[in-house]
Design a protein. Sequence first.
Length: 360
Amino acid sequence: MRRLEVKSSAGDYQVVVGRGAWRSIKRLKGYSSVLVLTEPALWERWGEKLTAESGLSSLRLITVPTGERSKSLAMAGRVASDLVAAGADRRSLLIAFGGGVVGDLGGFVASTYMRGIHYVQAPTTVLAQVDSAIGGKTAVNVGANKNLVGTFYAPRLVVSDAEVLSSLPLRALQSGLYEALKHAILADAKLFAWMEGKLAKLRPDDTALLENLVARAAAIKVDVVTRDEREASLRRVLNLGHTYGHALEEATGYRRFLHGEAVAWGILMVTRLAEIVQVLDPAVGKRIAQAVKAVGPLPSLRGIREERVLGLLPRDKKAVGGRIHWVLPQHIGSVIVTPDVSPPAVFQAFDEVQNGEWNG
């Protein structure tokens, strides 16, 4: 088991990674009530284990439907109403037990309910364990605008048990692997090399390998968010692949891609973009593309209108005055952030990847 320390202006907290991580919840004391926000099928499979290992015998359960549509202001209002009905007060603790949707929604509700109650992130997907559960970013979507309304609100604790990953569908596992690969591209050449040899063979029940991967990728996220808690500058590097990726999700109504799959296409596009603007050696670009493709097949880009996707790009949350701050791979383990990318280059990169004219 590995314990990572996150420095936060709202109070430092630990990210505990490994089998048995849920037992760390036992050390949180003095709450008037403890509530769990989760999805029904997930709780049915893992609820008994979480209850036993956390040492919390009187948990109150709040469930939301599976899927991105639960990450909305309307659902946040419903969860808040459920908290009221359950008697939650300012000394209550909320445990967000689920993937990125539950984590983002639970964190947002915790940050706003009675002006803020304590919460724990207990992520159950690779994507959430390596990325979204760490750093205190909470959000809900508004219409087609992903993560438009949110807060920076640090959890008391993050507990990531690799055993829970064994029940993931293969596609959900692969979606998380793309996000872990993103971390390696931007900050850890050794992790990237390790992943290159294992991506094609990783399966949900490879608990020991996944525990190692999660710990190493999570350490990258911890380092970045500790140095830039509120996304003033450095934290932008975590947006690698997300500008194109978020636009792809919005253009397809969040129905075609899992989040990590959209990010994977985004990584391919910014890799090609980095080649076009001559900040990346094509040989390195090919290596990145091969690693992305080794994870597994991606949903097709067929039928997605180029003008629709490209029109969404300036609406990226990290754009300032309509200028996108592009995160471009420079080497494996190093990226640059720049607004100085011409629209024709952006269009060319999208077009060549969508049409299969560039394969790395």
